[in-house]
Design a protein around this ligand. Structure first.
Ligand code: SAM
Length: 287
C-alpha cells in the first residue's frame, strides 16, 4: 500500500476537520514575519482558530507561532490587535526584508510586510546625497531600507508612538545605520516647523488614513529648490486619484507652491470598495 501524501496546503491539511461550509470561509493566505505567521480567521471559524493555527504550524516547519488578527488597525498609532492561536506564546518577530532586519512587537506597533515593494521602489528613486524625511516612521522600515539601498546622505525618521519609537531606535542600531538615520520622537506637526523647514529633497508619508492632514508639513520640509513627496492614501476604488489630487492642490495653494504629479499608482487592495494609492509629486515654492 502506498504511503499517504502529506498535505501541501492549508485546505488539504484541514480536510475532514472543517465542514464544507467552513472550508469555503477559510482564508488560506497569511503574512510571514520571521517565525510568526499572521492569519485572518473569519468570525464563523473563530471556534476552529486553534485547529487552523496548528495545521499551519505543521505545514510550515519554520513557523514557531501562529497569530490571528483580532481587530482593525486602531487609534493614532495604527496598532492592530493579534492573538496567539498556536505554538509558542510570543508576539516578538524578527522579520527580514531586502537585506535588513526588523524586530517587530506584534500588537504593540504598526507593521506591514506588504509595503516592501514600495520601500524598494522609493529607495531606487533616491539620488546620491539626498536628504530624506520619513514621516510616520513606525519601527523604521522605510528609512532603514533606504539606508541600505540608496546613496542618500541622511534620513530623518519621525515617530510619535513611544513603543514604535523604541522599536525604531532598536532597528536603526540592529541595521547599523545610526550614522545616516536620525530618529526624532514627536508629532510631525511640531517637529517639521521646529527642525526641518526647507531641509529635505524627499518626504515619504506612509499614513494612508489621515496623511492628507500633513501635506503642508511635507511640502514645508522640502528644500527651496524643490523636492519630491510620496503621499499614501486610501481612496474609493471607483474615484481613483481624484481626492488626493484635490488635497495636494489645496495644500500647495495654501503654501504658495507649484506642484507637478510624477506618478499615481495603486499600492494594494484594502477592501471591496477601497484601495491604497501612492501619489509621487514634485513641489517648489513660487517666487
Ligand atoms: C501606518 S503606520 C506606518 C509605520 C511605518 N512607516 C511602516 O510602514 O511600518 C503610521 C505610524 O505613524 C505614527 N504617527 C501617527 N500620527 C503621527 C504624527 N502626527 N507624528 C508622528 N508619527 C505619527 C503612528 O504611531 C504609526 O507608527
Amino acid at each position: 500500500m502506498g504511503k499517504k501524501e502529506p498535505p501541501r496546503n492549508l485546505k488539504q491539511a484541514l480536510k475532514g476537520k472543517l465542514s464544507r461550509r467552513e472550508m469555503e470561509k477559510l482564508i488560506t493566505s497569511f503574512d510571514s514575519l520571521g517565525d510568526i505567521a499572521v492569519i485572518q480567521v473569519p468570525k464563523e471559524l473563530e471556534k476552529k482558530a486553534s485547529l487552523i493555527g496548528k495545521a499551519l504550524l505543521k505545514l510550515n516547519k519554520h513557523f514557531k507561532t501562529v497569530c490571528m488578527v483580532a481587530g482593525e488597525h486602531k487609534g493614532l498609532y495604527r496598532v492592530q490587535p493579534v492573538k496567539v492561536i498556536a505554538g509558542k506564546r510570543s508576539k516578538k518577530a524578527l522579520y527580514k526584508e531586502s537585506g535588513c532586519a526588523f524586530l517587530v512587537h506584534l500588537g504593540k506597533v504598526f507593521f506591514s510586510p506588504r509595503l516592501s515593494t514600495e520601500r524598494k521602489r522609493i529607495a531606487g528613486l533616491i539620488k546620491e546625497n539626498e536628504v530624506i524625511c520619513a514621516f510616520f516612521a513606525g519601527i523604521g522600515p522605510f528609512p532603514i531600507v533606504f539606508a541600505r539601498h540608496s546613496k542618500m546622505k541622511k534620513a530623518y525618521a519621525i515617530e510619535l508612538s513611544p513603543q514604535a519609537f523604541k522599536g525604531l531606535l532598536h532597528n536603526i542600531s540592529l541595521n547599523k545605520c545610526q550614522n545616516i538615520v536620525e530618529a526624532i520622537k514627536g508629532d510631525v506637526k511640531k517637529v517639521v516647523p521646529k527642525r526641518l523647514l526647507g531641509k529635505c529633497d524627499r518626504v515619504v508619508m506612509p499614513l494612508p488614513k489621515g496623511g492628507e492632514n500633513f501635506l503642508c508639513e511635507a511640502m514645508m520640509a522640502l528644500k527651496p529648490k524643490g523636492g519630491v513627496v510620496h503621499f499614501y492614501r486610501f481612496v474609493e476604488r471607483d474615484r481613483g486619484a481624484e481626492q488626493p489630487l484635490r488635497e495636494i492642490k489645496k495644500a500647495a495653494k495654501e503654501l504658495g507652491m507649484k506642484t507637478r504629479i510624477l506618478r499615481k499608482k495603486k499600492v494594494r487592495s484594502f477592501s471591496a470598495s477601497k484601495e491604497q494609492m501612492v501619489i509621487d509629486f514634485w513641489a517648489k515654492r513660487l517666487k
